[in-house]
Write a protein that binds this ligand. Structure first.
Ligand code: SF4
Length: 336
């Protein structure tokens, strides 16, 4: 056992220093189960986080401004075939919500929706221009796959960051979960976003059908290769009324290990402690903060729409005060 532990610590050091980030080493760390080893992994990630990006935890405000979607991702509660009540917020409602976020002290708004083509390039441009003029906030857009020319226009209109998760870099896992999508196009979109100078966000889901530890290790290597700026890693949480409603949820422990590994490889990235993790495990966000995470996203979608934006079921509502408490309990500093 002692020898095995020494071997584990050597692999951990090699990965942290970048001496050997072979897939075998990443898999060995992700598969750690001995408590001592898992603690060593989280401690290493927490130390790297402190050295590289400090103690601040960044708060972001999300507005889920439309739940219309043209796609049928198998895990998603707002997929095109679901019978959820559809809504689109008006320009005024979105700007007013952005002002609420700003009033709480948060300076970054995340505009998130399904793949809703009613929101044309022209309409998004109008929305972004209004938010910039009336709030001067940093804007993150998360509206899925579009053409390169559209990403160009959004950038010119004032969008600073774009969040488009890869979900899985394994073609079979990706295309099984996303029957309307091709992995090559998703990757292409991420490359365009990088080329266009966005602060580029990605992420993956832990626990998709047929996903292996090897796949998760490859996802993390891909984030590093792409030099991703923001990486959201959360568990698969089954959504009622979807083809995956009876599938088991992803392992929260594997999510925490993947967050820690991502911090070791992508040292300066923004890593959220996700709401999905907190949904499955009380104290999940605090645990993620102690395993390398440094962002918490708060939902500011007006109350009357929230129940219709359940990408997964029983999504936990994390209030502003709870988030601040979690950050303070982790011994960290709230950063707006
Ligand atoms: Fe649409 Fe996104 Fe849900 Fe897929 S995950 S169905 S693109 S909202």
């Amino acid at each position: 056992m002692e020898n095995e532990n020494k071997e584990f610590i050597k692999i951990l050091k090699d990965v942290e220093s970048g001496t050997d980030i072979s897939i075998q080493n990443l898999v060995a760390l992700l598969e750690a189960e001995e408590e001592q080893e898992v603690v060593a992994l989280f401690d290493a990630a927490n130390r790297v986080r402190k050295e590289q990006v400090g103690d601040e935890v960044y708060l972001r405000g999300i507005i889920e401004f439309s739940n219309y979607c043209r796609k049928n991702c198998k895990y998603c509660g707002i997929r095109a075939d679901s019978c959820v009540r559809r809504y689109r917020l008006s320009y005024d409602e979105i700007v007013e919500t952005a002002l609420n976020i700003k009033d709480s002290g948060i300076n970054t708004v995340i505009l998130q929706s399904g793949e809703d083509l009613w929101w044309t390039t022209k309409r998004i441009t109008k929305l972004v221009s209004r938010i910039k003029e009336e709030t001067d906030m940093v804007i993150t857009l998360s509206i899925g796959e579009r053409e390169k020319s559209e990403y160009e226009v959004f950038k010119e209109a004032g969008v600073d960051k774009y969040l488009l998760k890869i979900e899985s870099t394994n073609k079979k896992v990706f295309e099984t979960a996303h029957p309307d999508d091709a992995l090559t196009y998703r990757v292409q979109c991420s490359k365009w976003l990088k080329e266009l100078g966005y602060t580029n966000g990605s992420g993956c889901i832990i626990g998709l059908p047929e996903q292996t530890t090897f796949d998760i290790a490859n996802d993390i290597l891909w984030f590093k290769k792409m030099n991703m700026d923001m990486i959201g890693i959360g568990p698969f949480v089954p959504a009622l009324g979807t083809p995956l409603e009876d599938d088991p949820a992803g392992s929260t422990q594997m999510v925490l290990k993947a967050v820690a590994m991502t911090r070791l490889l992508c040292k300066k990235a923004f890593l959220p402690a996700t709401t999905a993790l907190e949904t499955l495990e009380t104290d999940g966000q605090r645990k993620a903060l102690n395993a390398g995470a440094n962002v918490i996203m708060l939902n500011f979608t007006p109350q009357q729409y929230r129940k219709d934006y359940q990408i997964y079921s029983n999504k936990k509502a994390i209030g502003f005060e709870n988030a601040v408490k979690t950050i303070e309990q982790a011994g960290r500093i709230v950063k707006f």
